[in-house]
Write a protein that binds this ligand. Structure first.
Ligand SMILES: NC(=O)c1ccc[n+]([C@@H]2O[C@H](COP(=O)([O-])OP(=O)(O)OC[C@H]3O[C@@H](n4cnc5c(N)ncnc54)[C@H](O)[C@@H]3O)[C@@H](O)[C@H]2O)c1
Length: 440
């Protein structure tokens, strides 16, 4: 393929050199005269393992060329990769100047191009920007129509500096949002040698996934560092703790506990988080991430409260009250907290939990619920059907089969708010039932 790579920074340089190494004809474009000249002379403008040798080899065999001329590059290319910077604007938001300008210039040059070209945005951009700004800018400047006269694709970049070449050939995943079938085929062709399992998705999802990944990586590093600081101050062997922690692939390094849904609760997670951060405080170790977890959890409960408040419904039925299904443990259940917020604001509450019978609750569990919701006896119902009949909004806490069966027969005019976790949600057709999930 004939590929134009716009922006010869960390991302563009690696892509340009490796694509040439794969046998494509690559024309790299940058506004920096210095970068263009360095590559022209077979020298990498950035420090990146193996990149110097690849650039030298590909420049010598004529597959990698550079220019500062946008028109020349657009005229040459069947595919254009946009890899310009999207830095911080100094206030936390993205500075879109580079990408706005390059897309404007590409659009101008497209006016004179007869052949179909696929424009691929590899720069990191927030949801909405591609569709609302770049896309129309390309159309306006070129006088052509996306999807008809030129193709438009979002293809976020996941390479890591320092192992960029390795990551190019072994990407953790390849994510593509393609606006038309021709461009989808072009992307399959482009990645054939590297990754045959392209994940095709929507534009907004492709934009956001890069941020989600980076946020998670940042949280992982910070979590590790906070635990490390705590271990050090408690004279606990950090290496031993982390070795054991990482060996657990069932609960720790796994998709478990990594699904959007409702707040956590129960008799262990909140208590142990508090104990840990309390101990850290005694030792003067600041653990802001761990300390903020309970605050964030509470915010999630309040978010559910606001969704209910906004719905305008006053009679709220809970299906499930214990902190998770298949237990009668109500201690620090987030559903109990939510019910309490609603009761304080004079909502009428009805509750059914197939595992909770007041007369059978004992010990600290009974003590907790009687202290937290003294009128609990008046709120508990004998059946799912009773809760559904007496409520105009049903809050699904625990997703169990008998609740679902009853909800399928729910009379019209009632609303469902699903607080169960994402991988247990679904099944309700939004066209047939007034249904919404807390995170979807
Ligand atoms: N650096 C990484 O490891 C990495 C990884 C994944 C994604 N990304 C994303 O990729 C994008 C590029 O990042 P980078 O680190 O390579 O940026 P960079 O700043 O190193 O390079 C950007 C290049 O674009 C050039 N440029 C700017 N305007 C131009 C124009 N109109 N025409 C041609 N060239 C132009 C600049 O001169 C510069 O050489 C960013 O959105 C970034 O968030 C970066």
């Amino acid at each position: 393929m004939k590929i134009g790579v716009f922006g010869l920074g960390y991302t563009g340089c690696v892509s340009a050199a490796c694509l040439a190494q794969l046998g494509h004809q690559v024309l790299g474009v940058d506004i920096s005269y210095k970068k263009v000249k360095l590559i022209e002379n077979g020298i990498s403008p950035i420090v990146e393992k193996e990149l110097d040798d690849i650039i030298k080899e590909q420049v010598n065999n004529g597959r990698l060329k550079t220019t500062q001329n946008t028109g020349q590059a657009v005229g040459f290319s069947e595919v254009i990769l946009v890899c310009v910077g999207t830095p911080d604007n100094g206030f936390g938001d993205i500075d879109y100047k580079q990408i706005e300008r390059v897309c404007g210039d590409i659009g101008d040059a497209l006016r004179d191009k007869q052949e179909f070209v696929t424009i691929v945005i590899r720069s990191t951009i927030l949801p909405g920007f591609a569709k609302n700004i770049i896309f129309p800018a390309l159309e306006l400047n070129s006088g052509k129509r996306a999807g008809m006269d030129f193709g438009f694709v979002l293809n976020p970049e996941f390479l890591r500096e320092g192992s960029g070449v390795y990551d190019f050939y072994h990407p953790p995943k390849t994510v593509v949002a393609a606006g038309d079938t021709k461009s989808k085929n072009v992307m399959e062709q482009l990645y054939k040698a590297i990754d045959e399992n392209i994940i095709f998705t929507g534009f907004e999802e492709a934009s956001l996934i890069k941020y989600v990944d980076n946020a998670f990586h940042a949280v992982k590093v910070t979590f590790g560092n906070e635990i490390g600081r705590l271990c050090r101050e408690l004279n606990v062997d950090t290496r031993a703790v982390f070795d054991i922690f990482l060996r657990d692939k069932k609960l720790n390094i796994s998709p478990l506990y990594l699904q959007p849904g409702f707040a956590f609760g129960g008799s262990c997670l909140p208590k142990d988080l508090r104990a840990m951060t309390c101990k850290a405080g005694e030792k003067n170790v600041e653990l802001p991430l761990l300390k903020s977890v309970l605050k964030s959890n509470e915010e999630h409960i309040l978010y559910a409260y606001r969704l209910i408040w906004k719905s305008g419904k006053k009679n709220i039925g809970f299906l499930g009250l214990s902190f998770k299904s298949d237990t009668d443990d109500l201690r620090e259940s987030p559903y109990v907290s939510l019910a309490n917020y609603l009761l304080a604001d004079n909502f009428n509450i009805k509750i059914y939990d197939r595992n909770v019978e007041l007369s059978k609750l004992v010990g600290s569990n009974r003590e907790f619920i009687e202290k937290t919701i003294p009128q609990i006896g008046n709120l508990l119902c004998d059946s799912v059907e009773q809760v559904i009949a007496e409520s105009d909004m049903i809050v699904i806490g625990n997703r169990v089969q008998d609740y679902e069966i009853a909800l399928k027969k729910m009379p019209e005019g009632k609303k469902i708010l699903d607080l169960s976790i994402l991988n247990k949600s679904g099944d309700f057709n939004k066209d047939e039932v007034d249904y919404e999930g807390i995170c979807w």
